[in-house]
Design a protein around this ligand. Structure first.
Ligand code: AMP
Ligand code: ZN
Length: 96
């Protein structure tokens, strides 16, 4: 286990080392309620394994964006939930 994972709050919630309200768990992901919800329903969904994907791909320092498109107005075309990891260029805000 990396030092980063050893000190990770969410890994500790996943492992029951600190309390959390877990609403879903399988071998791939864990979902639990945010401690300071910003909406009536605010759930955090994490991969079970602590991964540093952008870091591993060499894009963490410069910056990257993770996007989930949800339904038609957001431009989703494939309706199996998926995250886009975008890096390697400067990005504008708001996204088009
Ligand atoms: P971010 O700032 O995008 O990394 O989001 C971190 C989220 O974790 C925030 O929405 C926090 O409210 C939430 N959070 C922090 N500590 C806890 C905790 N002990 N249990 C559940 N959620 C937490
Ligand atoms: Zn972690």
């Amino acid at each position: 286990m990396s030092n980063e994972a050893a000190n990770c709050l969410f890994c500790k919630i996943r492992d029951g080392e600190i309390p959390g309200t877990i609403v879903f768990r399988d071998e791939r992901c864990v979902a639990f309620k945010d401690i300071a919800p910003r909406a009536p329903m605010h759930t955090l969904i994490i991969p079970t394994e602590h991964i540093g994907l952008a870091k591993d791909l060499g894009h963490a320092e410069a910056g990257y964006r993770v996007v989930l498109n949800c339904n038609a107005d957001a431009g989703q075309t494939v309706f199996h939930v998926h995250a886009h990891l975008l890096a390697g260029r400067v990005m504008g805000w708001p996204p088009g």
